[in-house]
Design a protein around this ligand. Structure first.
Ligand code: NAI
Length: 506
């Protein structure tokens, strides 16, 4: 399917944060862009904002002045809807309100020709509901950009029940032509990203609520072991807790209060206190001038008398950690066993979702120290560990000393099911698997959306393939059993693929 021809004008309605950004993207791709806003002067201000942004690029030598002048010449602030008649694609980015958007779409149907594509940038309203009263709902499609639109690569192309397939494909091709990474999704609450990402915030919020450790330590673990660009508390401070809490609540209610999406009282309290994050000067962290960000809790340098690491059986994902320890000069002995590591008094194992204390009892192994998942054990700079209540303090010391030998900072956290990164990845994969099962989007589009939309180091489904679905399914089953909560029920597709011994990509 062909993208919209560059010679076809595009209209953007709403010249706020999103509309201005979208207008810039379309103009950069060479389209003449009509920009309309109901507020007097807002379209002109939007255009000036774009000019200011791009002038910086010119000043840095990244764009030349004639190109900027030509681009700005293509953006035309207009006052009347009737001036949009020539547009081949109209993208609305007005206030997030079903009735107001419906009324605008009805007016647009009066003004635009039958072949004009109408797109909505809504982040939470059903495209199906928006199209329900239209004369030709087949031409309405969601074109969900991310903020800031000129910088964020992802565009979710959303199909409502009545959306014409060819039109969705044309919008997809157009987004690609504009240099974006489009994915296709059905019109379901949260689409892909705002649904699948919920556990990234929710699980850390819950771990914080359960006093596993503090927010700075959880952030550091998610970044330095998980490979995520920002930790959940830093990120929600940036997004704004009012916005993040509202999205969670909206997805939660839209899924008939499925506890998978349960909002957090910790975040609610921040909203009630007006601690909205960076924009209010305080959220989880204090942004007032002169205030310092708290340091993550890191175990001080430990000494161990042990000098040999015993690898018992196949260490699974921990193999890369063993290789790193071997490179650091540690003597390694391999023998049969259940895939654990022994160093001094410590018996180390990758979390399987059980409490360390419970697993130590089940495996008759008092000195059990559980290790968290790392995105890349070969390069992780930090790792979380949790000791069984039965473990001796020497066992914990030996475990910490072992990791420190490889230059890894250790964060010792309280014994909770699934540690931090493993729990985050398993629950993200769980949500992604359900979205795939329900046909919200393809497996590869779900992964692409999470990478391009949120800079995740890997798509959750590809990530769980590389861990092995057996492990991810076991982790979720064990967390579910630990809490006795439906919230952690493993997705059917994880279970099915596990027992079929295949991955999402094979
Ligand atoms: P905003 O408040 O910055 O801008 C909205 C603009 O629309 C305002 O300038 C307002 O005057 C104008 N407007 C309102 N009703 C209008 C009407 N009937 N006709 C013409 N202009 C009208 O809002 P923002 O953040 O740009 O959001 C716009 C849309 O994009 C919403 O649907 C929102 O859910 C969606 N969105 C927002 C994202 C974000 O991060 N801010 C991300 C992705 C989507």
């Amino acid at each position: 399917m062909q993208a919209l021809a560059t010679g076809t004008p595009v209209a953007v309605i709403g010249a706020g944060a999103m509309g201005s950004g979208i207008a810039q993207v379309a103009a950069q791709a060479g389209h003449e862009v009509f920009l309309l806003d109901q507020r007097d002067g807002a379209a002109e201000t939007g255009r000036q904002g774009i000019a200011k942004q791009l002038q910086r690029r010119v000043d840095k030598g990244k764009m030349d002045q004639p190109a900027l002048d030509a681009l700005l010449g293509r953006i035309k602030p207009v006052k009347e809807l009737s001036e949009l008649a020539k547009a081949g694609l109209v993208i609305e980015a007005i206030v997030e309100d079903l009735d107001i958007k419906r009324s605008l779409l009805a007016d647009l149907e009066e003004v635009c020709g039958d072949s004009t594509i109408l797109a909505t940038n809504t982040s939470s309203i059903s495209v199906t509901a928006l199209g329900a009263q239209m004369k030709h709902p087949g031409r309405l499609v969601g074109m969900h950009f991310f903020n800031p639109a000129p910088l964020m690569a992802l565009v979710e192309v959303i199909k409502g029940l009545a959306t014409n397939d060819e039109i969705a494909k044309r919008v997809y091709a157009t987004a690609a032509q504009w240099g974006k990474k489009p994915v296709t999704a059905t019109s379901t609450p949260g689409f892909i990203v705002n649904r699948v990402a919920r556990p990234f915030y929710a699980e850390s919020l819950r771990l914080l609520q359960e006093q596993t450790t503090d927010s700075a330590t959880l952030d550091a673990i998610v970044r330095e072991a998980g490979g995520f660009r920002m930790g959940p508390f830093e990120l929600t401070d940036l997004i704004g807790h009012d916005v993040n809490y509202a999205v969670t609540s909206s997805v939660f209610n839209s899924y008939y209060q499925d506890t998978r999406f349960l909002p957090s009282l910790v975040q609610k309290e921040l909203v009630e206190a007006g601690r909205l994050g960076r924009k209010s000067g305080r959220g989880f962290y204090n942004y007032a001038e002169g205030s310092q960000k708290p340091e993550p809790a890191t175990v001080e340098s430990m000494h161990s008398g042990a000098d040999t690491l015993i690898v018992e059986g196949n260490p699974g994902p921990l193999a890369a950690l063993v290789a790193r320890l071997s490179e650091s000069g540690l003597k390694i002995i391999e023998r049969d066993g259940p895939g654990r590591l022994q160093f001094g008094e410590a018996v180390l194992a990758l979390t399987d979702g059980r409490l360390a204390t419970e697993r130590a009892a089940a495996e008759a192994c008092n000195n059990l120290i559980l290790l968290d998942l790392a995105f890349d054990y070969a390069n992780a700079s930090r790792l979380a560990v949790a000791s069984a209540d039965q473990a001796s303090s020497q066992a914990t010391n030996d475990a910490c000393a072992l990791l420190q030998k490889a230059g890894i900072a250790v964060s010792q956290i309280a014994d909770r099911p699934g540690l931090v990164v493993m729990r985050t990845v398993a629950t993200l994969a769980n949500e992604a698997a359900d979205a795939a099962l329900q046909g919200v989007a393809s497996v590869s589009d779900i992964d692409l959306a999470m990478k391009a939309g949120l800079n995740y180091p890997e798509g959750p489904l590809r990530w769980s393939d590389s861990l092995g679905l057996g492990l991810v399914h076991t982790v979720l089953t064990n967390i579910q059993q630990s809490y006795g909560e439906d919230r952690y029920r493993p997705a059917l597709l994880l279970r099915k693929n596990r027992f079929a011994e295949k991955g999402f990509y094979s």
